[in-house]
Write a protein that binds this ligand. Structure first.
Ligand code: FAD
Ligand code: MG
Ligand code: MG
Ligand code: MG
Ligand code: MG
Length: 546
């Protein structure tokens, strides 16, 4: 990076190998990892097992490939094909690595200790309590479904978050068809039973609706020919367009395709109450209320922190926040030696306007009270790394470079603090939090493992160092690389949004989707299983038995 405002150890490793120090001079530090999802597994895979005493704790003894969960709901892919036992991953590692199946219910950062409940009885008197001490804690326990306190959701709606959810959804869909086949029911009851409602028009809800449509039209229609005309799929979307997080071209294509497929989108509605037979919703604009009967409902409107995370946030002065905040090095703000990544945390992005005086001061190396082109060039790399909003701002305003933003056209021009501040005044409008995706969680896991692998054993990550403060930080901050996103829309058509605003919709991107998801599998067993499930589906169709 630029002129060395901040010096990082990972650019020029000068320290003796940590491995040696640890082995010979002191006991290994104990790293406790909470969670075996995308974040935890990626961290574990990249962590050098020889450097630490590693303890993994999670209520599930497997990793689940969540992007294929919607395919499990209709039997396109088998549940067993997308899970990998965590013990298999552990076995491949050198060093001291142990796994315990337990759920953490209390984090005590003062005594550096966590309290867990094991999923099986831990001794004869039925005690399930486990207390574990840590030197370094890595929280990667994901998030939970957010019902927004809507009455009846927990009791009557399906979720799509875990493997068990997907299996339950599949059984419930088949149940609806079997129930509607029984002659005792009236036409109206049959219609109600065959009305499938998806609440939430994000990627999960949309993909489920598309899968369900294919399942019904490609497989179930043949087996239940009398019911075909009674089936209906609806999506309730609180925003005006579905797939909000995608490019508008994709949203519009999806809406158009769904319309042709007969999937009804109720845009601008909010579900307010769910009973066993109907969902009451309100049109956000007109306040008009409607009640729709349904047979099966899937709730996928978003996520929130788990109670144990809220409890931790209260203990460390983050009680007013909605998400656990970390710095750019993934260290939880307000306590020591605790790291958090993935869906259970968010990096609290620093604002350029908060630091503007410090930035100006360090840029103005010769203390002339003005900054020159040369001086700016020297720190530009550091600024862009610590304040990614600068890069986003330039991009969204179609600017060539930073000097465009500063309106410097003549290389001899120097800026005073007022001019510097004015030019950067709007940049913070581009501060964005990272999405809650597997892509982010996996990259954060790998990043943190690489820091842990190079962290020297006497100090944990130092800092944070702001531009302008003296001192050095050991590592570069976490930086996210977006590789694009997919939205499978059914009928072997997938929408892909790749970096550089590259959009592709159709059969071609369906094959790209197949190959990306096959390559991202954690083991050869799951890769082979998933690919053979896909082929089986093409040849024999999906299984409709309960
Ligand atoms: P998770 O992967 O959820 O892992 C959390 C882990 O913590 C689990 O092992 C859990 O058992 C464990 N745990 C829970 N409670 C405790 C506790 N109290 N103590 C200890 N451990 C605990 N992202 C994409 O990038 N692309 C996609 O296509 C995509 N599709 C998705 C489809 C669906 C249906 C869903 C639900 C999600 C999808 N995502 C996708 C999002 C992605 O799955 C999440 O962002 C990702 O799983 C987050 O990783 P994580 O490690 O933070 O949490
Ligand atoms: Mg995890
Ligand atoms: Mg997972
Ligand atoms: Mg996050
Ligand atoms: Mg100067």
């Amino acid at each position: 990076s630029g002129g060395g405002v901040v010096a990082y150890a990972d650019t020029e490793p000068t320290e003796a190998p940590t491995k040696q120090l640890n082995k010979n001079t002191r006991a290994k530090k104990k790293v406790v990892v909470l969670g075996t999802g995308w974040g935890g597994t990626s961290f574990l895979k990249d962590l050098d097992g020889n450097l630490y005493d590693i303890q993994i704790i999670s209520p599930r003894n497997y990793f689940a490939f969540t992007p294929l969960l919607p395919s499990v709901t209709c039997g396109t892919v088998d549940a067993r094909s997308i899970v990998e036992p965590i013990r298999k991953i552990v076995k491949k590692k050198d060093g001291d690595v142990t796994f315990w199946e337990a759920e953490c219910y209390k984090i005590d950062p003062v005594n550096k200790r966590i309290h867990c409940q094991s999923s099986v009885e831990t001794n004869v008197d039925g005690n399930r309590e486990l207390v574990v001490d840590y030197d370094l804690l890595v929280i990667a326990m994901g998030a939970q479904v957010n019902t927004f306190g809507t009455p009846g959701v927990k009791e009557h709606c399906h979720f799509l978050k875990e493997i068990e959810d997907a299996q339950r959804v599949r059984r419930s869909v088949v149940d609806c068809f079997e129930r509607a086949s029984i002659p005792n029911f009236s036409e109206e009851d049959k219609k109600r039973n065959l009305h499938f409602i998806v609440i939430g028009a994000g990627p999960t809800g949309i993909e489920f609706a598309a899968e369900l449509h294919d399942f019904i039209h490609q497989d179930l229609a043949k087996l239940y020919p009398k019911l075909q005309d009674l089936v209906k799929i609806s999506i309730i979307s609180s925003s005006e367009h579905i797939l909000n997080s995608f490019d508008q071209r994709i949203s519009l294509f999806a809406e158009d395709k769904f319309q042709r497929d007969g999937i009804e989108v109720q845009a601008g509605f909010r579900a307010v109450e769910v009973t066993d037979k109907s969902i009451r919703m309100i049109n956000k604009a007109s306040k008009e209320e409607v009640s729709v009967p349904y047979g099966m409902a899937l709730w996928s409107t978003g996520i929130q922190m788990r109670p144990v995370i809220f409890d931790l946030m209260n203990q460390i002065g983050q009680g007013k926040r909605r998400v656990l905040a970390t710095d750019e090095w993934l260290r939880v703000q307000g306590c020591e030696d605790v790291y958090a990544l993935g869906d259970c945390a968010a990096i609290s992005q620093r604002k350029i306007m908060d630091d503007i005086l410090a930035i100006f001061k360090i840029t103005d190396k010769d203390n002339s009270q003005t900054v020159s082109v040369k001086e700016i060039q020297d720190v530009l790399g550091d600024i862009c790394e610590l304040y990614p909003q600068v890069v986003l701002y330039l991009k969204s305003h179609h600017m060539k470079d930073f000097f465009d933003l500063l309106e410097i056209k003549d290389n001899s021009l120097e800026l005073h603090i007022e001019e510097f501040q004015k030019a950067l005044a709007n940049v913070d409008s581009e501060v964005k939090s990272l999405p809650a995706t597997a892509q982010v969680a996996a990259q954060q896991g790998a990043y943190l493992a690489s820091c842990f692998n190079r962290m020297n054993d006497t100090k944990s990550l130092e800092g944070p160092v702001r531009i302008g403060e003296s001192g050095h930080h050991q590592f570069h901050p976490f930086q996210y690389k977006h590789f694009g996103q997919f939205a499978p829309l059914g009928g072997d058509k997938t929408a892909a949004q790749l970096p550089g605003d590259w959009i592709s919709i159709g059969y071609g991107s369906q094959w790209l989707w197949y190959s990306v998801y096959a390559s991202k599998q954690v083991s050869w067993r799951t890769r082979v299983a998933v690919v053979s499930d896909w082929s089986r589906r093409y040849i024999f169709g999906r299984d409709s038995s309960r």
